[in-house]
Design a protein around this ligand. Structure first.
Ligand code: MG
Length: 198
């Protein structure tokens, strides 16, 4: 049985809701979640280059990561799938500097999973290639289902890798051009209902 791919930020962890708080605290900016129209937060948050650099640095600090809340339903559904014999593979594009903090967060919330993989999904700077694999290496992996919020990754998974994708509904993916292999979901419970058994 192939593993299930689960993205971390804004699929399993309510990351962007925490980012809104950082933005308010450190830049005095108020942004409504529903107005985050671009996956590029520099654009959605209307930050200068230096402001974005500071924001991005803060967003990857361990104490900030540890404050993220899990998305409602996610951990329970992963537990259900684990009981059914599925393997859960968490695949994140976070900076490699967040490796330890990400594992600590998964342990803190007792997330059931079997593998944790960092992938250079977005060609970011400061990625340690001893920790993160490239998109080319990643593309050889196989999964029975993928859960993503990034339009770019959803298209890559569904088209290049022929994996059915559950796209978690977010303001920044609402204009996405979905193909037949991508289904939009607003709740983890709905995904569980659609993919109940191996
Ligand atoms: Mg994500």
């Amino acid at each position: 049985m192939l593993p299930i791919y689960v993205d971390l930020d804004d699929v399993l962890s309510d990351t962007t809701q925490s980012f809104i708080k950082i933005l308010r605290r450190e830049f005095g900016k108020n942004v409504d979640f529903e107005d985050i129209f671009s996956f590029d937060l520099k654009v959605s948050f209307n930050l200068s280059d230096s402001e974005y650099e500071h924001f991005f640095y803060r967003a990857h600090q361990p104490e900030v990561i540890m404050e993220f809340s899990p998305i409602e339903g996610a951990i329970g559904v992963l537990g259900e799938w684990t009981k059914l014999g599925y393997h859960v593979s968490i695949v994140t594009g976070r900076l490699t500097s967040a490796y330890e903090a990400s594992l600590d967060w998964l342990a803190k919330h007792k997330v059931p999973y079997h593998a944790f993989t960092m992938v250079d999904k977005y060609s970011r700077k400061n990625i340690d290639s001893n920790i993160a694999i490239s998109m080319e290496q990643f593309s050889k992996m196989k999964f029975c289902l993928a859960m993503e919020d990034s339009t770019m990754m959803a298209q890559h998974l569904s088209q290049k890798m022929a994996i059915p994708v559950a796209l978690i509904d977010r303001p920044w993916n609402r204009n996405a051009n979905l193909n037949h292999n991508i289904t939009r979901y607003t709740s983890w419970y709905d995904i569980l209902n659609d993919f109940p058994t191996p």
